[in-house]
Design a protein around this ligand. Structure first.
Ligand SMILES: N[C@@H](CCC(=O)N[C@@H](CS)C(=O)NCC(=O)O)C(=O)O
Length: 194
């Protein structure tokens, strides 16, 4: 199994989740500017969408999209999904919120078409982080155990820190808790992140 990733990109969430699930996999770094892999392949040929993450299964099938890959990882290790009813839908709901309402909003911060757009996106992100902080059922999003959605949120919090977006104390504490997890430390080490 191969995970195509770029250091510090959203694929870090999948990388962390795969370690949390104790999966054995190869990591292939992708240069998102040149669209070349570290093995010298044209990434567009591997994933015509041309973005990470991309997961290649041992039978050659490829899975793309954070929501799908993280859901797949949670199916491999059900402890990484909430166990209260309806667990899989609550997970999907959370992954969709993080993906469409937080992750995608960062594009407008990283590559704004105007200063006004960047300001509006930062404001929106601040509100969304405030909101997600109220959704926690415990130390982690779904209670006392980490889920694949926590790996995704942690990655978004690294981005927030990088661009100086203030987040509530609950999220700062959560990020520290995540950072102490062996799976997170391993993934960050592999990606050359602090
Ligand atoms: N909808 C995709 C978006 C993935 C995405 O935005 N990937 C970024 C890195 S965080 C990327 O590879 N961007 C390169 C590009 O779009 O050219 C998902 O959620 O998996």
């Amino acid at each position: 199994m191969k995970l195509y990733y770029s250091p510090g990109a959203c694929s870090l969430a999948d990388h962390i989740a795969m370690h949390e699930a104790d999966l054995t996999f190869e990591r292939i770094r992708v240069d998102l500017k040149s669209k070349e892999t570290e093995t010298g392949e044209q990434f567009n040929r591997i994933n015509p969408k041309s973005y990470v993450p991309t997961l290649e299964m041992d039978d050659g099938q490829r899975l793309t999209e954070n929501i799908a890959i993280l859901s797949w990882v949670a199916q491999r290790k059900p402890a990484l999904a909430p166990n209260s009813e309806p667990g899989s839908l609550r997970l999907l709901e959370m992954l969709a919120f993080i993906s469409t309402e937080i992750h995608k909003q960062f594009s407008r911060v990283f590559k704004p078409t105007s200063d006004a757009e960047a300001t509006a996106a930062r404001e929106k992100l601040g509100q969304r982080f405030q909101l997600i902080a109220t959704m926690f059922k415990g130390e982690y999003l779904f209670g006392s155990e980490a889920s694949v959605a926590d790996a995704y949120l942690f990655t978004m919090l690294l981005w927030a820190k990088k661009v100086g977006i203030e987040v509530p104390e609950k999220l700062r504490n959560f990020a520290e808790l995540m950072r102490a997890r062996p799976a997170v430390q391993l993934a960050m080490k592999h990606e050359g992140l602090d």
